[in-house]
Design a protein around this ligand. Sequence first.
Ligand code: FES
Length: 104
Amino acid sequence: MRLGPVDEIPFGEGRAYAVGDDMVAVFRLRDGSLRAVSAVCPHAGGPLADGQTDTKVVICPLHLHAFDLTTGCSTTGAFSLNVYAVHVDDDNHLVVSPLVPSEV
Ligand code: FES
């Protein structure tokens, strides 16, 4: 699914988008690379797009569970996130797709 322009996400931050029935958090890391995972924290519904990131994990702002941005696995014992493939098209817009197509 095609989303908004990549430039609306500052480096080092994330934004949440509706993708099908899911909310997806797209992160533009400080090195310019992109990651996309479920936007709703499986612990208690926290807004993961507002979490702090480094090059590997996002930390939920509510209770600080951490999630690997590549695998979706929690490094602190919470349930895992769905992971999405994300790239930028020729028009500089974000395009996300689920890594497991049957889920969306
Ligand atoms: S809601 Fe995310 S860690 Fe609790």
